[in-house]
Design a protein around this ligand. Structure first.
Ligand code: CA
Length: 610
């Protein structure tokens, strides 16, 4: 990549004159030999580009201009399969004058840990990078991007960065998570943009977090610790300070404009509703979340190619294993289908999870690839977020729901084409933390953690969950800084001695669960059989069966000790009836024709005939 950055600076002002076109940069900044995506769209940024023509000085690369205006030229390049890696001179000609720039086509990097995908064997740990750990104080303030650093104002940047994540990879490996999802890491050169969802340069890591090569180093080192990396990607919108907004690349690049856009009515159901008026669907597709986030129009073919290539570029450059795609129903579905297809075509082991924030399983299932549900759009999305289960967990935590809610969600898994490929969670960076809505009830959090980590799906935990970080209702409170991650912190909760007794208790509990999950494949991939809790008996019982093991999980939804009747499970009984409680490692004899006592708000994980 250094080559490339060097290369861009070679477009010196000496080229510039009124006659000659001026080239400021080209995106993507390079491509690779041997990619299936071998019809590349170059986007040239500069001045006086109207009516330019282009040609490479080799017949193995054909190039022709497909759209121009004064500031941008779009060029379609065909890359021959026999091309070797090199810098290829590209002549850019206007008014009889030409300039030549080198375009790098690189060798692909190989490695068995690159692009692994993620699945039920994983547990995803979600990090808001600005709020996790500050590993490099020298990048807290960076010239050229809006100064947004203020340790006294929690709505501003706190200084966390990629180095801070790299420094804690051993901690995360010890905890037992196997994948990290970082909130978006691209440049967000705007006010209050620490969250990362208002990008101003789609090819640059935010310098407050590190450099492009730092991000690549993070992926490489995470892989060394057997931790996969999931990139948070946004096709739907950008930040208002993205240079495109002041000088649109095409007429239809955005839905609306800063002066004229709509951010009120929009209906999630409209894209799956068989009776919806197309105009109602358009309200969703063109919706601006906030004035500071212009909505991209992926129906523009040049933007569509740009976004697909931008995603492929990050995957190929860094070796990441998966993508979390933001605000999935809000972007153009035909585009997203093509986008996901291009990714999976290039990287067959890859996984992509879509954020579809709705509490109806049917609605979410509709977006999963190979869904048999009737709909009028294509989808190639492998994984969806299980917001319905999240709601059931949260209602249980809040004391307004019961374990019936959890059972009721799982019992609707027939809706999904692939119920294993659901990202499951009880909180994330957008919702008050589980422990907060449970009003500090650590017993209930432990129960929900146990269910999350022993039922189907790919569990996701929010940073700080391991120490019961409380947060609050607002984004600022729930995304508070991890104690010990920042210079001057009074204590370091990444270490046992820096944690309180209560924090250590939850840490040990979660760590134990995570390691049990690694040890017993049946917990991640075994068949699930569950038994309905009832109105008058809020006890949830389920088995995971397979790989020569049976594991029985019992969840008591009452605050007091209850007798758990196991007669429904009597046919699972065998002569020995010996079990080991996997959390305490105690051996017990259990007669299924009878039952056992389970403490209030307690959960047992019992391995049969150890
Ligand atoms: Ca920093």
């Amino acid at each position: 990549m250094l080559l490339l950055i060097f290369h861009i600076t070679m477009f010196s002002p000496s080229y510039s004159s009124n006659q000659r076109p001026v080239v400021d940069k080209i995106e993507p900044p390079n491509w690779w030999v041997g990619m299936k995506w071998n019809r590349l769209q170059l986007m040239i940024y500069g001045q006086d580009l109207t009516d330019v023509s282009v040609s490479f000085q080799t017949d193995k690369l054909s190039a022709h201009v497909v759209n121009t205006n004064s500031s941008y030229a779009f060029v379609e390049v065909e890359i021959s399969p026999s091309l070797s890696a090199a810098n290829y001179p590209l002549d850019i000609i206007a008014s009889g004058q030409s300039i030549t720039v080198d375009y790098p086509i690189l060798e692909r990097e190989v490695g068995e840990r690159r692009h692994q995908g993620f699945g039920v064997e994983d547990v995803v740990y979600l990090i808001t990078p600005d709020r996790f750990a500050n590993g490099d104080s020298s990048n807290d303030r960076v010239e050229g991007v809006m100064d947004d650093f203020d340790r006294l104002d929690p709505s501003k940047r706190q200084g966390g960065d990629l180095r801070g994540v790299i420094d804690h990879l051993p901690y995360l490996q010890d905890l037992g998570v196997t994948a990290i999802w970082l909130n978006p890491v691209l440049e967000n050169n705007g006010d209050n943009s620490y969250h990362g969802y208002a990008a101003t340069d789609l090819y640059r890591i935010d310098p407050r977090l590190g450099s492009n090569s730092d991000y690549k180093a993070l992926v490489d080192q995470a892989h060394d610790f057997e931790i996969k990396v999931i990139f948070d990607h946004v096709s739907n919108h950008i930040g208002i300070r993205h240079p495109w907004v002041q000088d649109l690349p095409t007429e239809n690049w955005l839905n609306g404009s800063p002066e004229n856009h709509h951010n009120d009515k929009h209906y999630l159901l409209s894209i799956t509703d068989p009776y919806a008026d197309p105009n109602t669907e358009n309200l969703l597709r063109s919706f601006w979340f906030v004035d500071a986030m212009p909505d991209l129009n992926q129906q523009d073919p040049f933007l569509a190619n740009y976004l697909i290539q931008n995603t492929l570029w990050w995957i190929e450059y860094t070796g990441i294993d998966g993508i979390r795609e933001d605000t999935y129903p809000y972007a153009d579905q035909a585009f997203l289908a093509r986008w996901a297809e291009a990714i999976l075509n290039e990287y067959p082991n890859f996984n992509i999870v879509g954020e579809i924030w709705a509490t109806s399983s049917a609605y979410i299932a509709m977006f999963q690839q190979e869904s048999q549900l009737a709909r009028d759009f294509e989808t190639n999305l492998p994984c969806v977020m299980d917001f319905p289960l999240s709601q059931a967990f949260r209602q249980y935590l809040e004391g307004e729901g019961s374990l019936q809610g959890v059972y009721g969600v799982l019992a609707q898994d027939f809706l999904y084409s692939d119920p294993k490929n659901l990202l499951t969670f009880f909180d994330n960076h957008d919702m008050a933390r589980g422990i907060f809505i449970a009003k500090g009830n650590s017993s209930k959090i432990k129960q929900v953690m146990t269910m999350l980590l022993t039922i189907r799906g790919i569990p996701q935990l929010l940073y700080g969950t391991e120490i019961n970080m409380m947060g609050g209702q607002s984004h600022i409170e729930l995304r508070s800084n991890f104690p010990g991650g920042f210079p001057g912190d009074e204590r370091d909760a990444f270490t046992k001695t820096g944690r309180t007794g209560e924090e250590n208790e939850i840490f040990v509990h979660l760590r134990k669960l995570l390691h049990l999950r690694k040890k017993h494949r049946v917990l991640t991939s075994g068949k699930m059989i569950h038994y309905p809790p009832t109105f008058d008996n809020d006890i949830y019982k389920y088995l995971r069966v397979g790989y020569d093991q049976n594991i029985l999980v019992l969840v008591n939804g009452y605050s007091e000790k209850r007798w758990v009747d196991l007669s429904e499970l009597s046919h699972w009984s065998n002569q020995e009836n010996q079990f080991v409680d996997l959390m305490t490692e105690e051996i017990l004899h259990l007669d299924f024709t009878e039952g056992l006592w389970v403490n209030g708000w307690d959960t047992l994980i019992l391995l049969q005939n150890p």
